[in-house]
Write a protein that binds this ligand. Structure first.
Ligand code: C2O
Ligand code: CU
Ligand code: CU
Length: 511
């Protein structure tokens, strides 16, 4: 199959450019030929516009998309309609089943009416955003086919690359797999002033894996405990993704929106990764890593400098080999198998004036001495009992929680995720709803040490996190402060099949 190309001259993706490059017979179309109507949709709003609430409807419904040559694929898709707010509140991605990019500013209010036009219940969660419980998309708020749910929240998070996706009990994995997911990008004044590439050089990269049957239809064949693992990588919903680039600097917002696959991202030419951000926005300053680990639900932001490249040069983004013990009987390629993710192709010479900023943003560090349980972390033991993944021996219960799952608004706590029970040992990306956290410490047991060497230099623990990869044999301590809202939230494994199998629990923030 030919490569699909994406023009650098558009802030969104040009469907015609895709089709042309994919050889789907649309004929020659000028690169960057983005229709005027589309271009006007992506004008950035003014600060004053962001001060006003954004109002939109978000609909989930069956649809189709041309993903592979041949027949179209049946997908489930989020579409949005902006009722009020700046033009760039909603940016559809032509040629992709992914939901439109939603965009807001810290402090901006969002009123979103979710319309469920699927044939099963659903609910939307704003992954990484700290919002009141009634707007968080807890599974208990799932609504049936034909119903709607009104969300109303103000963005308290710092600028960053967040996500939105369904969250109904036992159905999340399949709904995300069928196409229901999107990015929710938040800006703030500090981030806008950080000196990073903007516009066409600020590029979202949503990585997913899929499986197709001979009729080009998605195949959700979850076998065993590994979760869903596909053999076809899609970037922004497109196979063999290629981005046509300038000889300039890029800000890549990379999100792992796969159900169960973990990536070890590295450059094809062996050069190091320059990281500028993670789940909760920009780091304090750029850090260099040999490769980056990205588990489902995690995001990372990378500085890619192409100014010393020549027109015609190419750079592959790969997932490198790593070792994680896992249940046998998983599908191929297993987690840790090497894969190509996408290609960057330099097609335009252009002068770049930006340099990598030495300082990016202020990170207010939590002090472990301020934690109410400094020497006595709240422990979440990951284990398999009776063939089910559990947290402290328990499965998800819709409305109840245990006394050891209650915290107090205003408290700073140490939480410890332990993935070192005997038995089935595999990666679990642990995610909390509500406030983000900071990583305090990681330790590995002797049985897991050898595998750990193949991933440990790729963790980005320097900034704010909401999802954390925990290797077999690893314990991770984080600092989490319940800052804004009280009420019922969940924490869970972001391997979506594990979550659906019950590896999720409520926790309650007392006022
Ligand atoms: Cu992205 Cu509760 O999940
Ligand atoms: Cu979440
Ligand atoms: Cu898990």
């Amino acid at each position: 199959m030919g490569k699909r190309r994406v023009s650098p001259q558009s802030d969104v993706w040009s469907r015609r450019a895709f089709l042309r490059a994919a050889g789907l017979g649309v004929g020659a179309v000028a690169v960057g030929g983005l229709p005027r109507a589309l271009r006007s949709q992506i004008l950035p709003g003014t600060i004053a516009q962001y001060a006003r609430p954004a109002r939109l409807t978000l609909t989930a419904a069956p649809s189709t998309e041309q993903i592979l040559p041949g027949g179209a694929t049946n997908v489930w898709r989020f579409t949005a309609q902006r009722l009020a707010g700046p033009y760039d509140t909603v940016t559809p991605i032509p040629g992709s089943y992914l939901g439109p990019i939603l965009r807001g500013w810290k402090g901006q209010r969002f009123q979103i009416r979710f319309q469920n036009n699927l044939s099963e219940e659903s609910v939307v969660h704003w992954h990484g955003l700290d919002v009141p419980p009634s707007s968080d998309g807890h599974p208990r708020n799932a609504i049936g086919p034909g119903s709607f749910y009104n969300y109303d929240f103000t963005i308290v998070n710092r600028a960053g690359t967040y996500l939105y996706h369904p969250h109904p009990d036992m159905l999340t994995g399949e709904q995300v797999f069928r196409g229901l997911a999107g990015l929710f990008i938040v800006h703030d004044a500090e981030e806008r002033a950080a000196g990073l590439p903007k516009g066409a050089c600020d590029v979202p990269i949503v990585i997913q894996d899929r499986r197709f049957d001979v009729g080009n239809q998605f195949l959700y064949n979850v076998g065993g405990m590994a979760g869903f693992l596909g053999d076809q990588i899609l970037v922004n919903g497109v196979p063999n993704y290629e981005l046509e680039c300038y000889t300039r600097a890029y800000r890549l917002r990379i999100a792992n929106v796969s159900n169960s696959r973990v990536y070890k991202l590295g450059w094809g030419d062996g050069s190091p990764m320059i990281v500028v951000g993670s789940d909760g926005g920009l780091l304090e300053s750029p850090v260099e890593k040999p490769y980056l680990m990205l588990a489902p639900g995690e995001r990372v932001e990378v500085w890619l400098d192409l100014r010393n490249k020549k027109v015609g040069d190419e750079l592959l983004l790969k997932s490198l080999q790593f070792s994680a013990q896992g249940p046998s009987g998983g599908q191929l390629p297993v987690n840790g198998a090497p894969l190509d993710i996408m290609n960057f192709k330099v097609v335009y010479q252009q002068q770049e004036t930006l340099v990598l900023p030495p300082y990016l943003s202020q990170i207010d560090r939590y002090d472990v001495n301020q934690a109410v349980n400094r020497d006595n972390p709240r422990v979440f033991q990951i284990s398999v009992v009776d063939g089910m993944f559990r947290l402290n021996g328990r499965l998800f219960e819709m409305k109840s929680w245990e006394p050891d799952e209650e915290v107090r608004l205003g408290d700073l706590e140490v939480w410890e995720f332990r993935n070192d029970s005997s038995g089935m040992r595999m990666i679990h990306p642990m995610h909390t709803h509500g406030p983000p956290f900071q990583v305090l410490e990681r330790t590995i047991d002797s049985m897991g040490a050898a595998n750990y060497e193949t991933v440990r230099y790729g963790y980005v623990d320097e900034g704010w996190k909401d999802t954390i990869m925990v290797m077999p044999g690893e314990r991770v301590k984080v600092l989490i402060k319940f800052t804004h809202f009280s009420g019922l939230y969940v924490y869970h494994c972001h391997n979506l099949e594990h979550e659906d199998m019950g590896m999720m629990r409520n926790y309650y923030i007392n006022p």
